[in-house]
Ligand binder design. Sequence first.
Ligand code: ZN
Length: 412
Amino acid sequence: MSKSETGKFKLIKGGTLIDGTGAGPVSGADILIEGSTIKAVGKDLNFSPEAEIIDATGMTVMPGLIDSHVHFRGTMKGGVLERVINPRELGLIQSISDAKTMLNAGYTTAKCCGSSNALFLKQAVAEGILSGAPRIVAAGYWLSQTFGHADAPYLPLEYVDIRTTKHPSNVSNSLICDGVDECIKATRYALRAGADFIKISTTGGFSSLGDRPTDVQYNLDEIKAIVDTAAQVGKYVTAHCEMSLKAAKQSIMGGVKTVDHALLTDDECIELAMEKDVVFVSTTIVFRNAIEAGRDVGKKLMDSYKRIHKAGATLATGTDTGLGVNSFGQNAQELELLVKYCDFSPMDAIVAATANGAKACFIGDSTGTIEPGKYADIIIVNGNPLEDITILQNAENVEMVILEGNIAKQNQ
Ligand SMILES: [Zn+2]
């Protein structure tokens, strides 16, 4: 996976380390990188004399940020008509630009929860023909039931069958499948196309036209069929699950590993999630206006995320960027909103956007914290995000981005 030469050393010196585990900041910590991985972390490390020295004095050194829910759809404003008329090729080019904008803002991993573009971006990064983009963890084609969140009711009815595993649409990048057999086939289709994980919708959504965020989607046996089929090839399942307790519990019982949006939870649901090592993924930024206007959905979201956090369950930051509500590069606003509205300390928000993000992307063993043996996915930031979490929103404050040991961004 690494493009760095092994044996090549870099030493980051003099910065204040926030390692992503939730441990307190350590000033003057050294980080030794060998090739693509972190070799050692500590004070006054013995290092090879040929190491390239990176001076981080006066700055914060922390894991690269992770957005656990975006869509590289390449539509700029997200309107329905735009999705229909935006040519696929233009969407792909827009998504290249969006990915680069994220890396420039300090994001070293982006989990794309539905868009075929992400499959191509990932491939281009792996082939080394696209640089300056984050690591991309991609669902590709997204599974939805007929009359589900990723069904597109503005299309004629006959399109539903066309999109059942045969000709994925340019419009929503979804596969419509109903019943165990179709769910198994659609899962295999998504895997064949290159999915790193399977994305399903277990509720309707605020952004869908034909259903409601409270609608329960998929039956338990359909969810289990998808989870089992993905598990046969070592892959996990992520659920879009907005505002139904029944759907949240059914998703977790069915074996889903991340519950995204999670606008409605209760103690039983959270306990179940903790038992089964399920990660919740926040998307506060999408509902910012609802929170600030005091609307019911905003209140529910705050109650849910506070409850999840208080229970000690794992929550990772997502943003749903790519749907048109917020823009690529603004992803770190999510951290501020968790602090402002959901009882997270700045450190908790950083853990949610680093270590917990890696778990939500199913790569928690290899990245998300600054610890020996993990990929050197590191950012060096001007200022102290523990004092002001909003500094992470300004790409100019992100002085350096290191991805798998390579310097991917360096401010002059
Ligand atoms: Zn989404």
